[in-house]
Design a binder for this molecule. Structure first.
Ligand code: HEM
Length: 150
């Protein structure tokens, strides 16, 4: 897969897919007390104690315009060779990070490529009456689901 600038590869496309839809959260257990300082005036500090479980919402991070301008736009060019050095370290973590990151990431990317290749080869993908555009995430759910979706 290539763009007109010959720079967009399947890897960039898969990176964008992973950033966009696949992942949801990672969890960590606190081993030291820590205070999350408020960012806005109406917020209070959050005290985290030893043994507390923290869910890091990867989806929220990947949809944060501080790191990804126009996060609602599916734009594989964000990951092109020209642009990838603008990605802030640890802002894009579809497979986690550190010593417990995903051991299956390369296999998963390979699988995703095979899946995408076969889908595009054998099917025509068109919007239906139920296709949400723009797509809105379901509120009040920890699942990565679309508002109005099944
Ligand atoms: C698109 C597919 C996949 C995604 C998005 C994904 C994502 C993740 C994430 C976010 C973590 C947690 C990393 C962390 O806590 O820092 C993880 C852990 C893990 N993944 Fe995946 N994964 C995928 C596919 C796979 C596959 C295909 C395998 C195995 C064949 C696999 C095996 C594992 C294992 C064993 C861990 C735990 C590693 C550890 O705790 O040391 N994953 N994955």
């Amino acid at each position: 897969m290539q763009s007109s600038s010959n720079s967009l590869t399947t890897d960039h496309f898969i990176s964008s897919l992973s950033e966009d839809v696949i992942n949801f959260r990672i969890d960590r257990v606190y081993t030291k007390p820590y205070t999350l300082e408020p960012e806005y005036p109406d917020e209070k500090p959050v005290e985290l104690g030893v043994g507390d479980l923290l869910w890091l919402l990867i989806f929220g991070l990947h949809k944060d315009s501080k790191y990804f301008p126009k996060p609602e736009v599916f734009d594989p060019e964000r990951f092109s060779d020209e642009n990838c050095d603008q990605i802030i370290p640890y802002s894009c973590i579809p497979f986690g990070f550190g010593p417990r990151n995903c051991i299956g990431s390369r296999f998963a990317i390979l699988e995703s490529k095979a899946l995408l290749y076969n889908l595009l080869l054998n099917f025509e993908i068109v919007p239906t009456k139920k296709t949400a555009n723009p797509l809105t995430c379901k509120r009040g759910s920890f699942e990565n689901a679309v508002e109005g979706g099944c």
